[in-house]
Ligand binder design. Sequence first.
Ligand code: FE2
Length: 203
Amino acid sequence: MAFELIDLPYDDTALEPAVSAKTLSFHHGKHHKAYIDKTNAAIEGTDLAGKSLEEVIASARGSNQGLFNNSAQSWNHGFYWHSMAAEETSASDELKSMIDDAFGSVENLKSKLAERGAGHFASGWVWLAVKDGKLTIEETHDGDTLADQDGVNPLLVIDLWEHAYYLDHQNARPAYLDAVNGKLNWSFASENLVRGTAWTYPC
Ligand SMILES: [Fe+2]
């Protein structure tokens, strides 16, 4: 069974003005779709057909860079759509407590995410994750992912590729990060924390 492009969990205007409907139409409908289509094409007729996306990523890591990039990007984008919400959400008491311990406050965490995201060279992703039992901000380059990394549970991610923000904010990645920080889905992060293992791509 082939992987599917998951639906956006909100209307395409729901994240405006941080992320416009036009950006979502290209980012979801063209970029994410292309990663899914290329993953499906690469595994068709191989032993990986029928495996989960996480299994495909883990298998391709270090052995098939093309498949790794496309499968990891398929996962990262699905996780990214859920990392943002149309409505304001709040963190669970457990997550809030961990954020306070690690960063002092949610506002400080947002500032750190924006700082790390703005400082990240070229394309990639900035993540909030649990590593060794503690909250941490991680960066991955290009299509790399935390989906298959032992001992790491990603809670939220922000896409740092130019295609995520260029139509809305041009080259001003910090403006995009500030805007997206206001759309982060703390309920989703709290669900990921409680589960204790990495989110799985739904289809
Ligand atoms: Fe992207």
